[in-house]
Design a protein around this ligand. Structure first.
Ligand code: DGL
Length: 255
């Protein structure tokens, strides 16, 4: 199928799919929510490598040759190393897109909130200070936030988790370095007295001057389509068709 693929472990990728679909309503996007393997954030690098390879191979089997890897955890840990395994595909990671925004690069101090896997790599501090060496960048892992969001935790539970972790952060800018986090933007802003920056706008801008494949959009999950449909209804107030798929092990690439 001629479409742009979007890959994430779950609802984070839907924030990107939703924004792209709104910006380019006639374009064809296929979103894979790999919820059977979610959360990605606390998995080892080797697990993430094999999860990412299998998921990208799944897009290839659908005839999709361009994929936005809308997941910081994959982008930060393994994407550069697995790109050469897919020489006929265009795989776009999101670390540089997210970090190279004016608000981030001109800030004196930046807090980067992310999964444990992304924080461990130091990908954001390295990327930001390479361009702005004066900037002080602090990475903060929020290991429970993706499970809370995926579990449709209520506002009180999310506030109780975030308040003690976000309140002490003093920085000009906070980077939401996980695609799930825009779903709790308001709560983060309540506890953080600075500018919040996420991946949505730069990803949408990436396609601004492009001729995009036209056609229908599809949403797939590797776990429970009824539950993803319900999650989307609750968090996005929209009703979408969700199909079940499985992501077979891409044996040819295992090491
Ligand atoms: N939304 C993804 C990210 O940007 C993965 C979150 C997870 O599954 O832990 O890192």
């Amino acid at each position: 199928m001629n479409a742009i693929g979007i890959l994430d472990s779950g609802l984070g990728g839907y924030t990107i799919f939703n924004a792209l679909h709104r910006a380019y309503p006639d374009a064809s996007f296929v979103f894979l929510a790999d919820q059977a393997n979610a959360p990605y954030g606390d998995k080892s690098r080797d697990e993430i490598r094999s999860i990412a390879i299998n998921a990208i191979a799944w897009f290839e089997t659908q005839g999709i040759t361009e994929v936005v890897v809308a997941c910081n955890t994959i982008s930060a840990q393994v994407l550069p190393e697995i790109k050469p395994l897919f020489p006929t595909m265009t795989l776009t990671g999101i670390i540089e897109l997210t970090a190279h925004q004016e608000a981030v690069l001109s800030a004196k101090s930046v807090a980067v909130i992310a999964t444990t896997g992304t924080t461990r790599t130091q990908a954001y501090p390295i990327t930001i200070t390479a361009i702005n060496p004066q900037s002080s960048v602090e990475g903060v892992a929020l290991p429970q936030l993706v499970p809370l969001i995926e579990g449709l935790a209520d506002r009180q539970a999310i506030e109780a988790y975030l308040e003690p972790l976000i309140n002490p952060l003093k920085a000009d800018v906070m980077v939401l370095a996980c695609t799930h986090y825009p779903l709790v933007h308001e709560t983060l802003q309540r506890y953080f007295n600075g500018t919040l920056v996420d991946s949505i706008d730069p990803i949408v801008s990436l396609f601004a001057d492009r001729v995009l494949p036209q056609g229908e959009c599809r949403v797939y999950t590797t776990k429970n389509p009824d539950y993803l449909k319900h999650q989307i209804e609750v968090l996005f107030q929209s009703s979408v068709e969700v199909a079940l798929t499985s992501v077979p092990h891409a044996n040819c690439f295992s090491q």
